[in-house]
Design a protein around this ligand. Structure first.
Ligand SMILES: *Cc1c(COP(=O)(O)O)cnc(C)c1O
Length: 402
């Protein structure tokens, strides 16, 4: 989680600006706020990095993906193709809107594949919610072809892929709207925060209203604003936005360090032929937040994880058994356990979630072990880590032969 590694004077200064006026609210209060607009600053920084025409800062990444879907016109009864490997917020957002998740296969990019999407297309498919996992990028040329050929709406959850791109276009800007997270574990953090991006003016205005009770934000008299649509409250506070802005300014240098450190580790680990790496749609567009190791098979990956635990190697995720990122552990979603009735319970699920056939996804996630890259690692620390990883992999693979 590189953002948190660099928390310092810059973040403190931004927070103090807000405290100096006491205006913690992102709208209005023009006279009192001394021209301090941290949510707008955060949005401006996000636009600089992504090249998006419009950016909207919201309370968190989950709200950003919810608003991206809603402002793209996804709602009750719409079938949305989703990956079974993602942070669970993606699926929750689809369900909360009353839409119906349809799970499709990922591939070695750790993202939905064009073939996977094609296999689950029906006449009812309305949208694809693509997730750029583990800091990387999907195979966008192939995916855009399926999306365009079938006139689908594309929404991107780039929660983990801020500052990643594909052939020069930022992840999040291929479809109608995209979302990034700035929670405590991402490349930059606002404490809690999210950014929605789009190049479409109408989508932006819908999202802007959706995230603030439908207010159109025209003029500076809040009580007299119009409400073009029904919305809710997903606003970000000025304090969170202040931290988000300071952190986002650091992202280009974080990314440079990440990529350097990732390249170092990949080179060291390539010494063992049992270790390979997840693919990227575009190698040059990685954000470098994760080193994604692929073991030859699930059993070897599990043994490697055991060896890591025995040797005290930390800082990795084995998503296959992780409660929040992989469908195998999502019993509450498979069985639609809800606090109150959702549209999917009236409409019926489009797939039998308890009997999904996703062999490719099972294979890829079973083999995958991801290390979070630290941007402050020294070469000595990386060399030691690589040595430990190699030793554990040796042990995990030796025990097969014995
Ligand atoms: C982190 C993350 C989210 C959720 O973001 P929050 O800011 O924690 O709400 C959504 N999608 C993906 C892919 C994420 O990694």
């Amino acid at each position: 989680m590189p953002g948190t590694e660099l928390f310092g004077a810059e973040e403190r200064k931004e927070i103090e600006d807000v405290l100096s006026t006491g205006i913690l609210f992102r709208f209005n209060h023009n006279a009192q706020r001394n021209n301090i607009w941290k949510a707008k600053d955060f949005e401006a920084e996000a636009k600089k990095i992504t090249g998006a025409k419009y950016a909207l800062a919201v309370s968190n990444g989950s709200a950003a993906i919810l608003a991206a879907l809603a402002s793209s016109g996804i709602g009750a009864g719409d079938e949305v193709i989703c990956p079974p490997f993602t942070y669970i917020a993606t699926i929750e957002a689809v369900l909360m809107l009353g839409a119906l998740p349809v799970f499709a296969e990922i591939d070695e990019t750790l993202c939905l594949s064009a073939d996977g999407i094609k296999k689950v297309l029906t006449s009812k498919t309305k949208a694809v919610c693509l997730v750029h996992m583990c800091g990387g990028n999907a195979n966008m040329d192939e995916i855009m072809k399926v999306v365009n050929d079938n006139k689908l709406i594309l929404v991107e959850d780039a929660g983990q892929a801020f500052a990643a791109s594909y052939k020069g276009t930022a992840t999040g800007l291929f479809g109608k709207a995209g979302a990034y997270s700035f929670d405590f574990f991402k490349i930059a953090t606002a404490g809690e925060g999210g950014i929605l991006v789009t190049n479409d003016e109408k989508t932006y205005h819908l999202a802007d209203s959706y995230c603030d009770h439908g207010h159109d934000h025209v003029g500076s008299n809040r009580g007299m604003e119009n409400h073009p649509i029904i919305g809710f409250n997903y606003r970000i506070s000025e304090l969170h936005a202040a931290v988000g802005a300071a952190q986002t300014r650091k992202v280009p240098s974080i990314r440079t360090s990440n990529l350097k450190n990732k390249a170092y580790l990949q080179k060291e680990l390539s010494k063992n032929s049992n270790i390979s790496f997840a693919k990227l749609g575009d190698d040059t567009g990685d954000s470098g937040t994760f080193l994604n190791i692929l073991m030859p098979d699930t059993e070897t990956a599990k043994r490697t994880v055991d060896e890591f635990n025995k040797a005290g190697v930390g800082g990795f995720n084995y998503w296959f058994t992780n409660m929040y990122h992989f469908i195998n552990q999502w019993d509450h979603i498979k069985n639609l356990k809800t606090a109150s009735k959702l549209p999917i319970q009236l409409l019926g699920a489009p797939q039998d979630y308890n009997n999904l056939n996703l062999p490719k996804t099972q294979e890829v996630v079973g083999r995958l072990i991801s290390f979070g890259i630290r941007c402050t690692w020294t070469e000595k620390e990386m060399s030691e880590l690589a040595g430990k990883i190699l030793a554990c992999v040796e042990k995990a693979t030796a025990s097969v032969k014995a």
